[in-house]
Write a protein that binds this ligand. Structure first.
Ligand SMILES: Nc1ncnc2c1ncn2[C@@H]1O[C@H](COP(=O)(O)OP(=O)(O)O)[C@@H](O)[C@H]1O
Ligand SMILES: [Mg+2]
Length: 225
């Protein structure tokens, strides 16, 4: 526990279809509380595969993942779902908002699912997150009425709703124009300044260079960190 959020030790991953391929080769690293870390590397080097394992969604790997002081291998699927919902906020390349739901409802959903707070408090927190991201005026709109940049900000608000230990992103600016990409980066930077830990996969070198630490991967290995 203490200061380390993620401890990955010798993570090995194979895919078996169509042939057996080793995609991760003894990946070992840690992320400490308050760090803003980026992961870079060529397309196909294993970044998304690694993030999928670190986020506890993929359990088919060798090696150990300790998240917030707990060994993930010993957990059931339900326990892992609980860890994710409570402690990890996700931002993907595509926003995965529910298009027919309001912006506010989309942000509230992980909070309602966690059910640590009642709906009124979850709603209040959701409005605060939207305010923080400068889109509180969009709260009552349906998600599909927003622009791409606005949708991604809603996705960030949703990722923050349960006050996660860490935000994980897989190419969160990959589908945005450069202006909105910068905006999302600035939001992450602000969050980091407030003590939020972030682990963000990106192919944007400029983005990566402005983070606290770059982890560079090549062919399933970390080659720089
Ligand atoms: N479900 C899968 N089955 C088989 N191979 C996969 C699967 N997912 C990814 N791969 C392969 O694993 C490698 C790493 O992929 P990925 O982690 O998506 O790379 P990155 O995110 O760095 O672009 C690639 O060669 C990719 O083709
Ligand atoms: Mg990827």
């Amino acid at each position: 526990m203490g200061n380390t959020i993620i401890e990955a030790s010798k993570i090995v991953k194979y895919f078996h279809d169509p042939v057996k391929v080793q995609v991760l080769k003894e990946v070992t690293f840690a992320v400490n509380k308050g760090e803003f870390v980026s992961v870079i590397g060529k397309s196909g080097c294993g970044k998304s595969t690694l993030l999928y394992i670190l986020s506890t969604m993929d359990t088919d790997y060798e090696g150990d993942l300790v998240f917030d002081g707990e060994l993930m291998r010993s957990k059931t699927h339900n326990q892992l779902a609980q860890v994710r919902n409570e402690k990890i906020g996700f931002v993907f390349q595509f926003h995965y908002l529910l298009p027919e739901f309001t912006v506010l409802k989309n942000v509230m959903l992980p909070g309602l699912k966690l059910a640590k707070l009642g709906p009124k408090e979850v709603e209040q927190n959701a409005m605060e997150k939207l305010q923080m991201l400068g889109i509180e005026d969009q709260a009552k709109k349906q998600a599909n009425q927003l622009s791409g940049g606005q949708k991604q900000r809603v996705a960030i608000a949703r990722a923050l709703i349960n006050n996660p230990l860490i935000i994980m992103g897989d190419e969160p600016t990959g589908n945005l124009d450069s202006k909105n990409g910068r905006l999302v980066f600035d939001i992450f930077k602000d969050l980091a300044a407030q003590g939020q830990s972030l682990l963000i996969v990106t192919h944007d070198q400029d983005f990566a260079e402005k983070t606290d630490r770059i982890i560079e991967m090549d062919d399933g290995r970390i080659i720089r960190m």
